[in-house]
Design a protein around this ligand. Sequence first.
Ligand SMILES: C[S@@+](CC[C@H](N)C(=O)[O-])C[C@H]1O[C@@H](n2cnc3c(N)ncnc32)[C@H](O)[C@@H]1O
Length: 200
Amino acid sequence: MKSVPDDSSQQWQRYYDKTVSRPPREFLRTTLRYFQTAGDAIDLGCGTGTETLFLLRQGWQVLAIDQQAPAIDKLTANTPTPLTNRLHTQVATFETIELPPSHLIWAGYSLPFCHPDQFTVLWDKICNSLHSGGRFVGDFFGTRHVWTDNPKITFHTKEQVLKLCEPLHLEYMQEGEGEQMTALGGMRHWHMFTIRARKP
Ligand SMILES: C[S@@+](CC[C@H](N)C(=O)[O-])C[C@H]1O[C@@H](n2cnc3c(N)ncnc32)[C@H](O)[C@@H]1O
């Protein structure tokens, strides 16, 4: 098995098959407590949309974006009819997307897969998309992550993540590093930052 992910559909399909039945991430549940009302959310790199479905069930309007059409198809098929009027989907790449105004941008394990040359442009779009009081929640890979030999993936030092967050108010940041089982199996060295930041 390859230790470094590539952007092939097959590789992502294997990830979807392994993760489609997992529960929504706890950090998203926690994040929603910071909002008094449901609003407009974007799930960036949504995969098969576990977090999108959770947000829809909590009353949010969600734009779910992923480069993989089969992932979006699966999400659409899994969305109960009463929720479909609040679901919008887009098959698009991080390198080319335009983001509408939003109250919450969720990017679970996805942003690092933006090409390093385009990351700053994407990050500016994220910051510009957020309403005042809106939040970004997501993960960055650290510079000691196992996949650093892949030139298509973006890695950040802690200082770089803090710098990116300067236009926002950083509410939460956790650095994690260690040997961890990947979704596709096998122990790998993970180095990651998870943040929640609010636009002033
Ligand atoms: C590790 S998966 C995470 C999926 C989901 N957010 C989750 O937490 O399970 C990363 C997702 O990002 C998407 N992705 C990777 N590179 C992308 C790019 N350049 N543009 C848009 N989506 C991308 C993949 O297709 C994949 O669905």
